[in-house]
Design a protein around this ligand. Structure first.
Ligand code: ATP
Length: 212
């Protein structure tokens, strides 16, 4: 019998934005998993040493961003585990919770070239299929990744033809710093949460997002 599919979207979500939501929605429509779990990282391995908004805020914003999608769910498992959030640990935990599911790990295509640096990537490639959503400028990356990760990558990394959404959390943080509008870039309740909690404001740079 064919196993049910579980989508997993790991990220820092600092903050979550419409690129995450729309690409997850496109993957949902094409892959047809039972649901997609958004899992905010406590500390993403490739972002060790960087500053983030508090974990609780990143989690709350992710809950707000996904609340209208019954097949999106947010898990705090990496936040509860704390420390560096290795995907392999998360996947092993998920295998215990969802033994009857095939696991599909969603990534942006920009992440494909970095996969070879992921903690125990060879083991991880045995356990999940990576589903890469297109991001601007990343059409050629899959072939290159396949040559560095070996033949298994051909089977275990699939590139889905999602529309490309030109937005990143870095852009959002910069826009907030410069006082630019976030309209259309993040879900409305997330924009409101950022304002209310005065997130991503760096007062020493003289800009204030919440100046109104
Ligand atoms: P930052 O700019 O802070 O590095 P980010 O926008 O890349 O953040 P993350 O939370 O680090 O967001 O991303 C989580 C996952 O979502 C990654 O696999 C990333 O490639 C993917 N992703 C982020 N933005 C998009 C987008 N616009 N389209 C498709 N995938 C995306």
């Amino acid at each position: 019998m064919k196993k049910k599919k579980l989508g997993i979207l790991g990220g820092t979500f600092d903050p979550v934005h419409n690129g995450h939501i729309y690409s997850a929605q496109a993957v949902y429509e094409q892959l047809q998993p039972e649901k997609i779990l958004f899992i905010p990282a406590f500390i993403a391995p490739h972002k060790v040493g960087q500053d983030f908004a508090p974990a609780a805020d990143r989690y709350n914003m992710t809950v707000l961003a996904t609340q209208d999608y019954p097949y999106f769910e947010v898990s705090d498992m990496e936040l509860r585990r704390s420390g560096i959030s290795y995907t392999l640990d998360t996947v092993k935990e998920l295998q215990k919770i969802y033994p009857e599911y095939e696991l599909y790990f969603l990534i942006g295509a920009d992440t494909i070239p970095q996969l070879q640096t992921w903690h125990k990537i060879d083991e991880l490639l045995q356990l999940v299929t990576f589903v890469a959503a297109k991001r601007p400028g990343y059409r050629q990356v899959l072939d290159r990744a396949c040559s560095s990760l070996g033949v298994i990558a051909r089977e275990k990394i699939v590139l889905v033809d999602t529309p490309e959404y030109e937005v990143s959390s870095t852009d959002i943080r910069q826009k907030i710093k410069s006082g630019a509008s976030l309209q259309g870039l993040v879900p409305e309740p997330v924009e409101q949460y950022i304002r209310e909690h005065r997130l991503y404001l760096f007062t020493d740079e003289g800009h204030s997002y919440a100046e109104d």
